[in-house]
Ligand binder design. Structure first.
Ligand code: HEC
Ligand code: HEC
Ligand code: HEC
Ligand code: HEC
Ligand code: HEC
Ligand code: HEC
Ligand code: HEC
Ligand code: HEC
Ligand code: HEC
Length: 308
């Protein structure tokens, strides 16, 4: 009995010293009481903001009471739940703005990247056309400050521009959004070099089935093989959205002969005329196979299906 009791104490001491060792090694790395929580406080919405306790306590030397009490509760999420944690309230001296006023610490309307993390990688819009915007290439490679775009040109929230209705080529031509810089002055104009911002659709070739089956159009043959610029078709002859021409009742041979759609070029001068070589555009023929990269043998099945 006594022996067991001693054993228990010995074990307890061992365990205690073990815990003690763990504790000191932890506190050497990070002292929660002195510095506050180790994991950063992160707000995800509406934008991503990161607050590090350690930089404010250990490095800058602020007491816990500099923030806890009047400015912030000692619990994550409280400030956000007030619904008032935003740039406007910061500018009025609340929350971070109590110090980040340009006197005690750098002002909240400067140095955006200190508190806000830019999105990782590129931003891609799918609608109405697919466009990829190199956020990093503008900030890191071109050295443009966050504040040159945010918030005067772009809100710091994905989707806001799209919702505005003027995030369009026409809007850019008026100097809005990308057009604020892509005006031929600060950066290449948005009505040139379409392919720098826009990508060819993945679906190549495109096949129209209305009103007749089936017409094929191969982007790459036109852009790469024949070296045509995007704007030789977009937007005069074709919208940059699949199905637009097909949804018009005017997408007919008559319209082509009159110089519209494919007929803008397929007029017998720029390219073979629309009233010749029917089988080059209409499926079931050599031209189709050539565009598809199919040799005449494996393409036999296609040939049988085609025509109208
Ligand atoms: C510069 C301001 C500032 C200072 C100084 C500061 N804190 Fe905080 N602390 C915050 C903010 C901001 C939050 C998050 C509040 C919120 O989300 O509403 C927070 C939250 C906390 C939390 C809650 C964490 C959680 O996970 O819920 C604890 C604990 C805490 N602080 C401890 C401390 C201690 C201890 C000190 C001093 C060593 C300290 N803080 C100093 C700003 C500060
Ligand atoms: C009690 C005053 C106080 C409050 C409140 C405060 N800060 Fe600070 N902060 C400072 C001071 C002082 C500095 C250092 C001086 C400077 O850089 O201008 C600083 C520096 C910083 C830095 C740069 C240091 C680093 O970590 O790289 C960031 C980022 C920062 N604060 C974010 C915040 C955010 C986000 C909030 C609100 C959640 C906040 N601060 C609230 C006083 C404060
Ligand atoms: C001292 C830290 C700090 C600095 C500097 C800062 N912000 Fe903020 N910002 C915040 C905090 C905190 C929030 C609210 C929490 C969130 O959105 O996750 C916020 C929210 C926002 C929001 C969404 C809410 C709103 O007010 O519309 C935008 C947009 C924004 N900031 C833009 C900017 C821009 C642009 C700059 C630079 C000119 C900047 N911020 C500089 C801390 C900062
Ligand atoms: C050349 C212009 C430009 C610059 C410079 C720029 N941004 Fe952006 N940023 C954008 C655009 C465009 C969007 C998307 C806005 C939209 O869809 O309405 C965006 C969106 C954001 C978002 C929201 C992401 C999301 O998922 O909601 C954050 C955060 C952001 N930027 C942070 C930054 C920071 C931090 C910097 C500086 C390091 C910066 N930006 C510099 C153009 C820019
Ligand atoms: C604050 C000014 C500014 C804004 C706003 C801006 N850009 Fe740029 N952009 C530049 C500058 C400067 C260059 C490099 C100069 C040049 O190539 O003419 C550039 C280069 C580019 C490039 C080529 C480099 C790369 O990233 O591959 C693309 C693509 C581009 N911008 C797309 C966009 C799109 C899309 C938008 C709108 C969502 C936009 N830019 C908004 C200033 C801006
Ligand atoms: C600086 C980058 C940039 C350049 C250069 C550019 N665009 Fe755009 N374009 C965009 C962005 C951003 C959008 C809006 C987002 C989306 O559609 O996904 C857009 C949207 C469009 C749209 C759909 C909305 C609308 O305005 O009808 C068409 C069509 C279009 N572009 C055609 C063109 C053509 C044709 C060219 C060349 C003459 C061109 N773009 C050059 C960035 C650019
Ligand atoms: C010879 C004419 C021609 C040229 C040149 C051309 N396109 Fe197209 N493009 C079309 C046609 C036709 C459509 C389908 C329009 C329709 O269905 O109404 C289309 C549609 C598109 C679409 C929409 C795809 C979808 O899924 O909605 C994109 C994006 C596009 N083109 C990008 C480009 C880009 C980028 C270039 C330059 C690199 C380019 N195009 C050059 C004829 C052309
Ligand atoms: C901007 C001018 C332009 C427009 C618009 C255009 N094409 Fe073409 N197309 C050409 C040129 C140039 C050639 C190559 C010269 C030639 O074959 O006469 C060509 C060649 C072709 C070829 C032969 C490809 C091969 O195998 O070599 C086909 C098929 C074709 N176009 C279909 C179409 C269809 C379908 C449309 C409408 C949806 C269209 N094109 C719109 C300029 C255009
Ligand atoms: C440059 C490409 C091209 C050539 C060459 C061409 N077509 Fe078409 N054709 C089209 C397109 C594009 C449509 C509309 C889309 C669809 O019906 O699928 C069309 C539609 C049609 C239609 C249905 C609509 C209407 O106008 O009644 C008929 C019929 C037709 N073509 C017959 C012909 C004949 C016959 C020839 C040769 C004399 C010919 N096509 C040459 C591209 C071409």
């Amino acid at each position: 009995m006594k022996k067991n009791y001693l054993k228990t104490i010995a074990l307890a001491l061992l365990a205690g010293s073990f815990l003690f060792v763990v504790n000191t090694s932890a506190s050497e790395e990070y002292d929660v009481k002195a510095f506050g929580p180790e994991t950063p406080i992160v707000w995800e919405k509406p934008t991503k903001v990161v607050f590090e306790h350690r930089s404010h306590t250990d490095e800058i030397g602020l007491e816990c009471s500099a923030c806890h009490g009047e400015i912030f509760a000692m619990q994550r999420g409280v400030a956000a739940r007030t619904g008032k944690l935003n740039m406007a309230s910061l500018a009025e001296g609340q929350f971070c703005g109590a110090c980040h006023d340009g006197e005690t610490a750098f002002a909240s309307d400067t140095n955006c990247a200190a508190c806000h993390l830019p999105p990782e990688g590129s931003i891609t819009w799918e609608e109405p056309t697919k466009v990829t915007f190199g956020h990093n290439s503008h900030t890191d490679d071109l050295g443009i400050e966050c504040s040159e775009c945010h918030n005067d040109i772009f809100a710091m929230q994905l989707g806001m521009a799209t919702n505005s209705g003027s995030f369009t080529m026409a809007g850019f031509a008026e100097g809005k959004y990308c057009g604020a810089c892509h005006n031929g002055d600060t950066a290449f104009a948005s009505d040139t070099d379409c392919a720098v911002c826009h990508m060819l659709p993945e679906k190549d070739p495109m096949v129209w089935t209305k009103p007749v089956k089936a017409v094929v159009f191969h982007h790459k043959v036109h852009t790469e093989e024949y070296g045509l610029e995007c704007d030789s078709c977009h937007n005069e002859a074709f919208a940059m959205k699949i199905g637009t021409a097909e949804s018009s009742s005017n997408f007919t041979m008559k319209a082509l002969y009159e110089g519209n759609y494919c007929g803008k070029c397929h007029d017998g001068e720029t390219a073979f005329a629309s009233n010749t070589l029917c089988n080059t555009c209409h499926i079931g023929v050599k031209g189709y196979n050539r565009m598809m990269g199919i040799d005449s043998h494996s393409g036999a099945q296609q040939n049988e299906q085609g025509g109208h």
